[in-house]
Design a protein around this ligand. Structure first.
Ligand SMILES: Nc1ncnc2c1ncn2[C@@H]1O[C@H](COP(=O)(O)OP(=O)(O)O)[C@@H](O)[C@H]1O
Ligand SMILES: [Mg+2]
Length: 197
């Protein structure tokens, strides 16, 4: 993919407006996304699969607190580019990445960098969900648990409920209840799930 050379009408990096609160700077004036500080940046990014080049010198700045969209036909390199942002291409045999990617100015391809910590920081939501072979409850609670954010059942119930609610999943309450931790949700969670079903 060569983002620079693609026709803007068919392929390009587009940005949707951020909510008004995020668009305001300290003086309360609205800011354009273009004015947002750069969070991540790719410079001269080339990617090869077994020697065959898939990305050609991609330069792209990603501003903070804004949504940046990559749009293009199947096979143009969107997933390849996204995988460069948290070094997931490292896990693909025969995949070779050249160029720079930085987050807050730090090169994520630095040999000293802790890749596990990087991937915990730069998450991905995949096109096709691939949950762990655990209950829905345990899948949602997994992140907060392994990051030590909470180990308290009541607090986890709240996190799970809020997360499912925000994702519009609480209307699937019966399935959620059936799949909650050890087969039964706490009474508070059961009540709110029933209310929403
Ligand atoms: N694991 C892989 N091994 C070999 N070639 C790959 C691999 N993944 C992607 N490619 C090739 O890289 C190019 C870009 O693919 P991809 O990043 O998946 O595009 P998109 O996400 O835009 O559909 C395509 O030519 C694809 O065949
Ligand atoms: Mg893809």
């Amino acid at each position: 993919m060569n983002i620079q050379s693609m026709e803007p009408s068919t392929v390009g990096a587009g940005r949707t407006p951020t909510p008004p609160l995020l668009e305001k700077n300290r003086s309360g004036k609205h800011m354009d996304n273009e004015q947002m500080p750069t969070k991540m940046s790719a410079k001269g990014l080339d990617v090869f699969y077994n020697g065959k080049q898939a990305l050609f010198g991609v330069d792209l700045d990603i501003p903070e607190q804004a949504v940046t969209a990559l749009i293009g036909p199947s096979g143009c390199g969107k997933s390849t580019f996204l995988r460069c942002l948290n070094r997931m291409n490292d896990t693909i045999d025969g995949c070779d990445v050249k160029g720079d990617v930085t987050i807050d100015g730090q090169n994520i391809y630095d040999r000293e960098l802790d890749v596990v910590e990087l991937r915990a920081r730069i998450g991905m939501v995949f096109q096709k969900p691939n949950p762990f072979p655990k209950s829905i409850y345990e899948n949602v609670a997994y992140g907060p648990r392994i990051h030590g954010l909470s180990d308290d059942r009541q607090e986890l119930d709240e996190i799970v409920q809020t997360s499912l609610d925000r994702a519009g999943w609480m209307n699937l309450a019966p399935a959620f209840l059936a799949a909650s931790s050890n087969g039964s949700a706490s009474p508070a969670l059961s009540r709110s799930a029933r209310k929403l079903s």
